[in-house]
Design a protein around this ligand. Structure first.
Ligand code: ATP
Length: 629
């Protein structure tokens, strides 16, 4: 027997450190993790055996066994599943298998420096520590394992302090046996009644038998039938929750549990969950879902492309089909017309259930929590899935200038002012900055509500959808404001504004000075307090979208920006004074600095970087100096 000593990946060492100092208040969850892995290993073997029956032929009854040795003070969790070879062992039990957890551990290291560690330690619960949770109750863990179809067995051993050893072992049965040498004070995990209670609490839904003991004497601890095949009234909320944790690798409560059976031309059973917190990889560019596909109780894959539309990728759970062929390869699945039918059925049902939640005004807060988590993902459906666009539009919620809560599009329409013909929007990176946008001033003065859009995806669905109930979406930072036609609010008395005639000279001068950088200079309808703002021309790209594309390198950083329109507020004292000055002879030179300062001001408020900050500072200093003179 040759023994090799290896080090854990740095993130694992750190994780083990946290685990050993008891991450969870309830240490018993270690058993849930090990049983869950054992059952996954059996699922994987069952799938592999569909095409290679010899893999499980010698020992076909898949099961998990809990074996205690009171004298040695050990607890063993054994399965006859797929097993691991040397490579698997190093990869799976030496590194962090799940990329989300690994990334989280790396972040954890950084923020620990900032003294934020405590909060993060609580957070890690969301990501799960899986196998490593064994070290909460054990000071030494031994894994004996042999992979199905291979003859060589392996022993993995570690005290969880930075290193592990791997050696080859002859004559191991197929599958994995994990033996925990229990820590002082953790003897309760040697007691049958205690283990039985933990299994019933967390693992009753596991579809294969979990047995206490060995051989003839072994006693079943769980019901060992697929939870999703049981009838709803036999399943408690607690059982649903535990199943969700198992199947979704999740640690939160499900926000919504949907369990139904589709009958008719095709038959399938679904047990799907909407999480109550955001999964780590929600915005991964692959947009992959994680719902597990079973065929007649046999696990096939958790990455069946086409089983769900990408905008429902936050769902967790299982779909079990009665009609798909058992020997279907994962690759063939994608093109199977049955899968498209299942997807259509699931989409319809999920959207209809979400619709019910959205309409339940008494539970608006509950829906708002869902919306905060997954709204941005659902919005992708507005341009991905034309067929369900109307249903999706009813699920939409927005922040708006009308208050702190969320509004639906229907509510917005109900609050439109007389003469208002569009649904006004403004987009940017965060709500607070948006609320202070000068472009909103005129709308606020007239009491016209504006939707505040902060999800990058908003830039794509809004133009694609175009309108809601015949009212077009219109950005307040673009084109004419149309405010003149809208009734309401308090108009500023006419004499306060400089007339167009009075402004003419100023506008001409500003245009002349800024002609290379702005498209036009014109009096504004939308400003009441600020002196100036920038807007996009009717057919140009929205200013926020342009910034966003540059940030995401979809548009070269040096790509020429579309020229904007500078709007000036005819009622602002500064503009009125400048208008007077513009009439004087030689004004062109004296107003040159003012023109650039006005433009830079508008850029700053817009959140844009100034192309020449030094020139701005010089002009500002000079203007202040003159003011003080
Ligand atoms: N009993 C087992 N049989 C075969 N492989 C196993 C077994 N236990 C663990 N593994 C392998 O080790 C990997 C890591 O397990 P671990 O529990 O740390 O993470 P996970 O199961 O992927 O995620 P989770 O955090 O949800 O448990 C598993 O993905 C699996 O490949």
């Amino acid at each position: 027997m040759t023994e090799e000593r290896l080090s854990f990946q740095a993130e694992v060492s750190r994780l083990l450190d946290i685990v050993a100092h008891s991450l969870y208040s309830e240490k018993e969850v270690f058993l849930r993790e090990l049983v869950s892995n054992a059952s996954d290993a059996c699922d994987r073997l069952r799938y592999a055996a569909l095409t290679q029956p010899e893999l499980s032929a010698d020992d076909p009854n898949l099961k998990v066994r809990l074996i205690v040795d009171k004298e040695a003070r050990t607890l063993t969790v054994a399965d006859n599943g797929i097993g691991m070879n040397r490579e698997d062992l190093v990869e799976n039990l030496g590194t962090i298998a799940r990329s989300g957890t690994a990334a989280f551990m790396r972040n954890l290291k950084d923020s620990a420096k900032e003294g934020d560690a405590k909060k993060d330690v609580n957070l890690i619960g969301q990501f799960g520590v899986g196998f490593y949770s064994a070290f909460m109750v054990a000071d030494r863990v031994e894994v004996l394992t042999r992979k199905a179809g291979e003859t060589q067995g392996w022993r993995w051993l570690s005290d969880g302090k930075g290193e592990f050893t791997i050696s080859d072992v002859a004559d191991l049965p197929r599958g994995t046996q994990i033996t925990l040498h229990l820590r002082e004070g953790d003897d309760e995990y040697l007691e049958e009644h205690r283990l039985s209670a933990i299994v019933r609490k967390y693992s009753d839904h596991i579809a294969i038998p979990i047995l206490f003991g060995d051989g003839e004497e072994a006693k079943p601890l769980n019901s060992a039938s697929a939870l999703w095949m049981r009838s709803k009234n036999e399943i408690t909320a607690e059982q649903y929750k535990e199943f969700y944790h198992h199947v979704g690798h999740a640690f939160d409560d499900p926000w919504l549990t949907l369990h139904w059976r589709a009958e008719g031309a095709i038959e399938y059973t679904n047990l799907l969950f909407v999480p109550s917190s955001k999964p780590f990889d929600l915005f991964d560019p692959k947009r992959a879902h994680r719902v597990k596909l079973y065929v007649k109780r046999v696990f096939i894959t958790d990455s069946a492309e086409g089983l769900l539309p990408p905008y429902l990728r936050f769902l967790r759970g299982v779909v079990d089909s009665e009609d798909l062929p058992l020997n279907i390869s994962r690759e063939m699945l994608q093109h199977n017309p049955m899968l498209a039918k299942i997807r259509a059925g699931i989409t319809r049902r999920v959207l209809s259930e979400l619709g019910k939640k959205a309409r339940d005004t008494e539970k608006a807060e509950e829906y708002a929590a869902f919306w905060e988590n997954f709204g941005a993902v659902l919005k992708e459906g507005l341009y991905d899935d034309y067929e369900h666009r109307d249903d999706l539009l009813k699920l939409m919620r927005f922040r708006s200038t009308a208050g702190d809560g969320l509004v639906s599009l229907e509510e917005y329409l109900g609050r439109m002012k007389e003469g208002q013909e569009a649904i006004f929007t403004i987009s940017g990176d965060d709500i607070e900055t948006l609320k202070r946008s000068p472009q909103l001033e005129g709308f606020k003065a007239k009491g016209v509500e504006v939707l505040l859009l902060t999800d990058p995806v908003d830039e794509f669905w809004v133009p694609s959808v175009g309108s809601f109930q015949d009212k077009p979406f219109k950005s307040v930072t673009r084109g004419g404001a149309d405010l003149g036609k809208i009734q309401g609010g308090e108009e500023k008395p006419a004499e306060e504004k400089a007339s167009e005639g009075e402004l003419t000279d100023l506008l001409v001068l500003l245009k002349l000075t800024l002609q290379d950088v702005v498209k036009d200079v014109r009096p504004s309808e939308r400003l009441t307090d600020s002196a100036v703002c920038l807007v996009a021309d009717e057919n140009d790209m929205d200013m926020h979208l342009e910034r966003l594309l540059k940030q995401h390198k979809q548009l070269g950083m040096d790509a020429p920006a579309a020229k904007r329109i500078l709007e000036v507020n005819p009622a602002h004292p500064l503009i009125k004074r400048l208008a007077e000055r513009a009439k004087a002879s030689g004004a062109a030179t004296s107003l040159d600095d003012a023109a650039w300062l006005l433009l830079d001001q508008a850029r700053i408020v817009e959140g844009e970087a100034l192309p020449d900050p030094a020139a701005f500072a010089r002009r500002l200093a000079s203007a202040m100096e003159k003011g003080l003179a």
